[in-house]
Design a protein around this ligand. Structure first.
Ligand SMILES: Cc1cc2nc3c(=O)[nH]c(=O)nc-3n(C[C@H](O)[C@H](O)[C@H](O)COP(=O)(O)O)c2cc1C
Length: 368
């Protein structure tokens, strides 16, 4: 059998180690982790999820404190529509996070940023435009469009000077999602440089319903590969989800994948942003402790550990400080789930909310 090192990912004339470390939000896939992947000739991802929180931690900025101060008057209000992100500050924070990372890059690999459409931030289109353009301005090697269909995302950056030079890719979980993206982006006369095909065993959110277990990554990759060949479209495919060993990876490379994306495997590295105690939970966890549930306010099922403190936590929504999942009308399904429990248990100091979780707070605290 062949080994991973018998293969290379080709971007034009550039040759890379065919391993991408997947983006893991709120600084789990840190700059250090991404830079180490790049130093060794592969591809690493940082993520722009909750970027203001991340820059506060990395560079001692005060974005979160300032936002909370500005909107403190609204904390007890369940209507969060007034809680808007300052687009100038969003641009500044993104440039800081991405730019400072790129300054430190050494070696032949690349550093990409993972950009999730589901971070709707109370103004989906405006905030996504700023995030994408600021990352390109700050010199990122590439952008992986994630958590969403991104039907308008190429349109948001098609007039950017780096639109055709930066590597742009998308994560899909089905041929249909890829076909939709290609159809909607055709107008920009630009194909994605790579497509990450994420299967049902991926860590974090899943691009499937609760029937995820019916699907098989290798079958989805083969279906997409065969369709691309039939349509004479050449786009490198990067399977992801449940790839753990060199043999797992080599099997996908042998069936025609250009590279593999791996994430969970790297959560226990020294460079990963998780606190050591959480890394130990990952080490100790057995398969029986892995659960796929529906507590994410994004609406996607999510794979997590049953010991996650986020499950059942009934903390007050923290949208004035964070608010990354507020939709275009200022709603998040955690607010509704929380208010329902408050109404059912009047006067109680602590409630338990099983239906949804406060994703922003718990991701920020590394307990989800
Ligand atoms: C802790 C964790 C956080 C993740 N966060 C994100 C994210 O912010 N954006 C994203 O597109 N994918 C995210 N993922 C998915 C990974 O990028 C990757 O595609 C997936 O985990 C691959 O499966 P594997 O973990 O079995 O290797 C996350 C995965 C994990 C384990």
């Amino acid at each position: 059998m062949k080994r991973v090192d018998d293969f290379r990912l080709h971007f034009g004339k550039q040759e890379l180690v065919p391993i991408m470390i997947g983006g893991m939000g709120v600084d789990i896939s840190t700059a250090d982790l991404a830079l180490e992947a790049a130093r060794l000739g592969g591809i690493g991802h940082i993520s722009d999820a909750m970027v203001k929180t991340v820059t506060d931690r990395r560079f001692n900025t005060k974005y979160v404190k300032e936002k909370l101060k500005q909107y403190k008057f609204n904390v007890a209000n369940s209507d969060k529509s007034v809680v808007q992100f300052d687009l100038g500050q969003l641009e500044e924070a993104t440039k800081l996070h991405v730019g400072k990372t790129m300054e430190r890059k050494r070696g032949p690999g690349m550093v990409f940023v993972n950009c999730m459409e589901k971070l709707t931030m109370n103004a989906p289109k405006e905030t996504l435009r700023v995030r994408l353009r600021a990352a390109l301005d700050a010199g990122v090697d590439g952008i992986t469009l994630a958590a969403g269909l991104h039907l308008g995302s190429f349109g948001l950056i098609e007039d950017h000077p780096r639109f055709r030079d930066a590597k742009l890719g998308i994560i899909v979980s089905s041929l249909r999602a890829l076909q939709l993206f290609l159809r909607k982006s055709a107008r920009t006369s630009r194909l994605p440089d790579y497509v990450v095909v994420e299967g049902p065993l991926a860590g974090g959110h899943l691009g499937f319903g609760m029937d995820w277990a019916k699907y098989d990554l290798a079958l989805i990759v083969a279906e997409i590969r065969d369709w691309l060949v039939a349509e004479k479209i050449d786009i490198p495919l990067v399977p992801a989800g449940g790839i753990f060993t060199g043999s797992d990876a080599a099997a996908f490379l042998e069936m025609g994948a250009a590279a593999v994306q791996v994430a969970t495997r790297f959560t226990v590295t020294a460079e990963c942003g998780l606190p050591d105690a959480v890394k130990q939970h990952y080490f100790k966890a057995s398969e029986e402790e892995i659960v796929v549930n529906q507590i994410s306010p994004t609406g996607y099922p999510m794979r997590m550990l049953t010991s996650s403190p986020a499950i059942g936590s009934g903390i007050r929504p923290n949208c004035e400080a964070y608010g990354y999942l507020l939709d275009s009308s200022g709603n998040c399904s955690y607010i509704d789930a929380y208010n329902k429990q408050i109404a059912l248990h009047p006067g109680e100091r602590r409630v338990s909310v099983m239906e949804k979780t406060c994703m922003c707070t718990h991701m920020r605290n590394f307990d989800l």
